[in-house]
Design a protein around this ligand. Structure first.
Ligand code: 13P
Length: 293
C-alpha cells in the first residue's frame, strides 16, 4: 500500500525504532526491497535520488513501476515513495508524478532561501497529501583540508525549519554519505540530543546509514532518529554478489554446465538476494520488523 511517510515515522518515533529508507536504482532493487519489507512485516521507504530517477527513465516511470509492483506483488505493508535530496523543481515533478513523499534539500542555499522554498513546498505537498522532509545548512566538518568528520547541524536552524510544519528533518550529526573515512570520529549524540530538544520531538532522519557501527545506530534511534537512509550498503552487496557470480564463470557462454547463466534473470539473482539479506539485516537493526501497522 503506497502511503506518505508521516504516520509510519510518527509511530516509529513514539516507539523508539526507525524505518529504513532504501534507495532504489532499478526494478530488481525495488522488487527485492518490497518483498523483504513484506516478509518482515515492516514499513519501508523507497528513496529515489534525482539521478536515479533520470536513470530509470523519469519520475513518472518510477512512480508507475513502484505502484504496479506494489500491487502485483500483493504488498500489504505501508510503503512510501520518497524523493531523496530533491531540488525545488524536482519536488514539483515528483508531486506531479505521483510520489507520496518528498525531501527538499535546500541545505546548500542561503538559510533564508532554504526557509522560503521549504515553506512553499510544505504547503504544496500537504495540500496533495504528501509528507515532506527538509534539511538545514550545517556547520563544521573540515579541518586543515581534511574531512574526517561529517557536518553537525545548528539546533537553532533546525528549530526554525521544523516550525514550518515539515514532517521530518534531516539533521547532520557527523554522518556522511558513502563509505566513512578510517579516521571518522563517529556520530555526535550530544548534538542529536540538542537538536531533538530544540525541534520539539519531530522525527529526525539519519542520512549516510552505511558503515555506522550498530551500537551508534541504536543510540541515535533512542534519541529521535526515526528514518535511516541506506544506499551504499545495498550497492556494495549487489556488486560483490554479481562479481562472485561472474568470476565463478557462471555467465560464460563457452563454459560447460552454465545453463545459460548469462540470462539476466540468473545473472542479477545473486545481487537481488544479497539486497534482500541486507535489507532484512537493517530492518532487524532498526527495530521495524513486525511494525507494519
Ligand atoms: P549511504 O549511501 O551512505 O548509505 O547514504 C544513503 C543516503 O543517505 C541517501 O540519502
Amino acid at each position: 500500500m503506497l502511503v506518505n511517510a508521516t504516520r509510519m515515522l510518527r509511530i516509529a518515533h513514539d516507539n523508539h525504532y526507525a524505518v529504513g529508507h532504501f534507495n532504489i536504482n532499478n526494478l530488481e532493487w525495488t522488487k527485492a526491497i518490497l518483498l523483504e519489507a513484506e516478509a518482515q512485516k515492516s514499513p519501508v521507504i523507497l528513496g529515489v535520488s534525482e539521478g536515479a530517477g533520470k536513470y530509470m527513465g523519469g519520475f513518472k516511470v518510477v512512480a508507475a513501476m513502484v505502484k504496479a509492483l506494489d500491487e502485483s506483488l500483493g504488498i500489504t505493508v505501508p510503503v512510501a515513495l520518497h524523493l531523496d535530496h530533491g531540488t525545488y523543481n524536482g519536488c514539483l515533478a515528483c508531486i506531479e508524478a505521483g510520489f507520496t513523499s518528498i525531501m527538499f534539500d535546500g541545505s546548500s542555499l542561503p538559510f533564508e532561501e532554504n526557509i522560503e522554498k521549504t515553506k512553499e513546498l510544505v504547503a504544496i505537498a500537504h495540500d496533495k497529501g504528501l509528507s515532506i522532509e527538509a534539511e538545514v545548512g550545517a556547520i563544521g566538518g573540515t579541518e586543515d583540508g581534511v574531512t574526517a568528520d561529517g557536518e553537525v547541524a545548528d539546533p537553532e536552524e533546525c528549530k526554525t525549519i521544523a516550525a514550518l510544519g515539515i514532517d521530518f528533518l534531516a539533521a547532520g550529526i557527523g554522518n556522511i554519505h558513502g563509505i566513512y573515512p578510517k579516521d571518522w570520529t563517529g556520530l555526535h549524540i550530544d548534538a542529536l540530543q540538542r537538536i531533538q530538544e530544540a525541534t520539539g520531538g519531530i522525527p529526525l532522519v539519519l542520512h549516510g546509514g552505511t558503515g555506522i557501527p550498530d551500537a551508534q545506530i541504536k543510540e541515535a534511534i533512542k534519541h529521535g532518529m526515526s528514518k535511516i537512509n541506506v544506499n551504499t550498503d545495498c550497492q556494495l552487496v549487489f556488486a560483490e554478489a554479481t562479481k562472485e557470480y561472474c568470476l565463478a564463470g557462471k555467465a560464460d557462454p563457452t563454459a560447460e554446465n552454465t545453463s545459460k547463466g548469462y540470462d539476466p534473470r540468473k545473472l542479477l539473482k545473486p545481487g537481488f538476494e544479497a539486497i534482500r539479506a541486507k535489507v532484512k539485516e537493517k530492518m532487524e537493526l532498526f527495530g521495524s520488523v513486525g511494525k507494519a501497522a
